[in-house]
Design a protein around this ligand. Structure first.
Ligand code: FES
Length: 262
C-alpha cells in the first residue's frame, strides 16, 4: 500500500467519539495511527485514544462511546470505553461492544447508579468489565483487543479489524469518506467534511425520516482532495434527517443530522 493510499484510508477509517449517555454528543474524532491490510477482506486500524482529551475517562466509571461506523464496509457498531476503578481490574479501562452475546440486542450505556450495563433485549446485566451478572446471556460481552494500558500512559491503544462483508473490492469502492457533520446537533447550519482520492462527480441529498427528499445539492466535479461544505437548514423544521452522499450518482455514504436548536 503506498503512502498516499494509506493516508486516504486513515481518513476513510476515522471513527467518532461521543458521550456515552444519550443524547450522544460528539466529542472528537479518532484517526487511525496505522492501517494494515491483513488480507483482501480485512483492514486493521490501530487507534490511540488520548485519555486526557476526554475528561470523562479520568473519573472511575466514566465512559465514552465510539461509533465504529463505516457504510462502505457495512460495519456498524458502538463500543463503550469505560474507566474501571483500580480495585476492580488492573488495566483500568474496559472496551465493550454494545451487542449482547445472548441474541445480539443492544446493550444500554452504563447505569449511573448501579454501574452495570443492561441488555435492551431480555435484560441481561453485565458489570463494568463486561462480565455476566444475571439474565439469559450466559457469556461475557465481547471485549475488543487493546494494548495493555499502564497507569500514566497517555493513550489507550485499540485495534479494530474491519471485515469487508460487502464483497466489494478495494479497487471498485473505498475511494470516498464522509466524516460526522459539525455541529451536530445543529441549528440552521451544519458542515459536512468529505474527501475522495479519485476525481469524480459528487453531490448530496437530505431526507427526512419518512424518506422525503428535503434538500439536494448540484452534482459537481471534484478533483481528488478533501472538502467541506456548509449546509443551510434554515427552511427545515427541527428533526432528524439523513444525508446521503453520492459519487458518480451512486450513494456511497450516509450520516444523521439532528436539527434541534433554534
Ligand atoms: S439479547 Fe440480551 S438478554 Fe437476550
Amino acid at each position: 500500500m503506498d503512502n498516499e493510499r494509506r493516508d486516504f484510508l486513515k481518513k476513510f477509517l476515522t471513527l467518532s467519539v461521543f458521550t456515552s449517555i444519550c443524547p450522544h454528543i460528539a466529542l472528537g474524532e479518532l484517526v487511525p495511527t496505522e492501517i494494515e491490510k491483513k488480507d483482501d477482506n480485512i483492514l486493521q486500524g490501530v487507534y490511540e485514544l488520548e485519555i486526557e482529551q476526554y475528561p470523562d475517562l479520568l473519573e472511575d466509571y466514566g465512559s465514552v462511546m465510539i461509533k465504529v461506523y463505516n457504510s462502505k464496509l457495512n460495519y456498524y457498531e458502538e463500543i463503550y470505553v469505560t474507566r474501571v476503578p483500580e480495585n476492580i481490574k488492573a488495566e483500568h479501562f474496559s472496551i465493550l461492544r454494545n451487542i449482547c452475546p445472548h441474541e445480539g440486542q443492544y446493550v444500554l450505556p452504563m447505569h449511573p447508579i448501579t454501574k452495570t450495563f443492561t441488555c435492551s433485549g431480555h435484560g441481561s446485566v453485565f458489570n463494568v468489565t463486561g462480565n455476566y451478572q444475571s439474565g439469559p446471556a450466559a457469556a461475557d460481552l465481547t471485549n475488543y483487543q487493546y494494548y495493555a494500558w499502564e497507569p500514566g500512559d497517555k493513550y489507550l491503544k485499540i485495534l479494530f479489524d474491519f471485515y469487508d462483508k460487502t464483497g466489494i473490492t478495494e479497487n471498485e469502492q473505498m475511494h470516498i469518506y464522509l466524516k460526522n457533520s459539525h455541529p451536530n446537533p445543529c441549528g440552521d447550519y451544519t458542515n459536512i467534511f468529505y474527501g475522495t482520492d479519485v476525481d469524480s462527480y459528487i453531490n448530496y441529498e437530505i431526507f427526512d425520516l419518512q424518506s422525503n427528499s428535503v434538500l439536494k445539492s448540484k452534482k459537481e466535479y471534484k478533483v481528488k482532495g478533501d472538502y467541506s461544505e456548509k449546509i443551510n437548514l434554515q427552511n427545515l423544521p427541527n428533526g432528524v434527517y439523513i444525508l446521503n452522499l453520492y459519487m458518480n450518482g451512486i450513494r456511497t455514504n450516509s450520516l444523521k443530522i439532528n436539527k434541534s436548536k433554534d
